[in-house]
Design a protein. Structure first.
Length: 389
């Protein structure tokens, strides 16, 4: 046997060994669940920031199982809660639901619960379509009032079953204030989590919250850690907490992200979506691996170019550009000034210019700093310089 032949045979043997072992070594032990190949999306936002609209953009997509605010159940079940006390429970509820395991809801629902026990269940198109309900074909947009009438069912078996049939599970949360508690989900090899961080001009958020102030009573006291705050101050202190959380989340994800967070975070500004809804939604779909359909394109166009103003908490056709600018005429300058003070850092980081007078507020000048790829590092260096002085 010559040397060449020997080397060839040795290589061949090595290859056989590698292939043979590979089958066993790479084979997972039978007790770990196989990776489902699902994409998990968390729409992380705050109250009155366009998250219902963004939720619908996912909910109506034929490949998406969408659920709104599972954290609502946790916040409204636990006694004397604070944000910190609840966040791990919320995280674990989300993890289970992402994996289509609804048994976790048992702690937070009445004993004989039904589909209708889930918060805002009829806003989820997947719960109005087969296999959850025969009403709406999966490739059509659903009607919430009809679904509400026709699609309740006993227990949550149908919900679990439906969840398992979609490639994407999307949850929307406004009750989440940091990213760190999500790290185990981001590191979990059985999960593929993408985070859409949806923010809005704090002045517009304040105006919108004032429209329906009483509905935030309980949430506000949780955000403020049950501390006593004068009634006139509550809104500003809550806004401060919200703004701080936006800074915390964005800086964590953009400035020095841990490796498992890279490419999994996308900041979305409500105002950019209002100005060019189709472009922004296309970008968002692309980020999570969903395709646009002609039907969705029509639906998004109609929803964002309507004439109505629409009542709070309802998705109706409205003029999105118009709605996003309403604070400039509706809010007195004194309040604008105050919210600019408590949200100064967030506004500079996220690209919302402050106004220095009532005149400037009422004028039509554009207050949105265009989002460039280098915006964030630029803002942060500026801040570092400031703090060194
Ligand atoms: C669920 O549905 C059953 C039967 O329709 C009903 O008896 C029960 O009260 C419902 N549960 C809740 C929490 O509404
Ligand atoms: C929806 O799906 C059905 C059957 O799967 C098909 O016949 C119909 O053409 C689809 N409609 C649209 C608008 O894609
Ligand atoms: C929406 O509002 C903007 C600004 O207020 C205005 O320029 C536009 O014409 C409005 N569009 C519709 C369809 O009313
Ligand atoms: C919004 O649109 C309505 C008419 O469609 C108009 O009367 C109103 O002034 C607009 N508001 C803003 C803030 O542009």
């Amino acid at each position: 046997m010559n040397l060449k032949r020997l080397i060839f045979l040795l290589l061949l043997q090595g290859l056989v060994v590698v292939l043979f072992y590979g089958r066993y070594v790479h084979h997972k032990p039978p007790d770990t669940p196989p990776s489902t190949g699902k994409v998990h999306v968390l729409v992380l936002s705050s109250w009155r920031s366009g998250s219902s609209f963004m939720g619908q953009v996912f909910s109506q997509h034929p490949s998406v199982f969408y659920l709104m605010e599972p954290a609502w159940h946790v916040w409204f079940t636990v006694k004397s809660p604070t944000v910190r006390l609840l966040r791990m429970a919320v995280r674990d509820v989300m993890r289970s639901i992402f994996q289509c395991d609804f048994s976790v809801m048992d702690s937070y629902l009445p004993e004989q619960h039904n589909v209708s026990s889930l918060f805002m269940w009829s806003h989820s198109r997947a719960l109005c379509s087969p296999p959850a309900c025969p009403l709406t074909p999966r490739n059509q947009t659903s009607s919430q009032p009809q679904c509400f009438q026709k699609c309740d069912a006993r227990g949550l078996q149908k919900v679990e079953e439906a969840c398992g049939t979609y490639s994407h599970v999307v949850l929307k949360e406004v009750r989440f204030f940091e990213l760190e508690s999500l790290y185990p989900l981001l590191k979990d090899p059985n999960m593929d989590l993408r985070i859409i961080h949806l923010v809005r001009d704090p002045r517009a958020v304040l105006r919108s919250r004032e429209e329906s102030a009483s509905s935030f009573y309980k949430d506000s006291s949780i955000v403020l850690g049950q501390r006593k705050v004068a009634a006139a101050e509550v809104q500003y202190q809550v806004m401060q907490e919200i703004c701080r959380s936006h800074v915390r989340i964005n800086e964590r994800a953009v400035l020095k992200p841990p490796p498992f967070l890279k490419g999994r975070y996308k900041l979305v500004r409500y105002e950019d979506v209002a100005r060019s809804p189709l472009k922004e939604v296309n970008d968002i779909y692309e980020f999570v691996g969903l395709g646009m359909t002609p039907q969705l394109e029509d639906w998004i166009y109609t929803l964002t170019h309507g004439k109505g103003k629409g009542p709070a908490f309802q998705i109706t056709s409205r003029n999105a550009t118009n709605v996003s600018q309403a604070w400039r005429t509706m809010l007195p300058y004194s309040k604008v000034k105050r919210v600019q003070e408590v949200c100064e850092g967030a506004m500079s980081l996220l690209g919302y210019k402050t106004v220095k007078s009532e005149k400037e507020q009422r004028l039509g000048i554009d207050l949105l700093v265009p989002q460039g790829p280098y915006q964030f590092s630029w803002v942060s260096t500026k801040k570092e310089h400031k703090s060194k002085r």
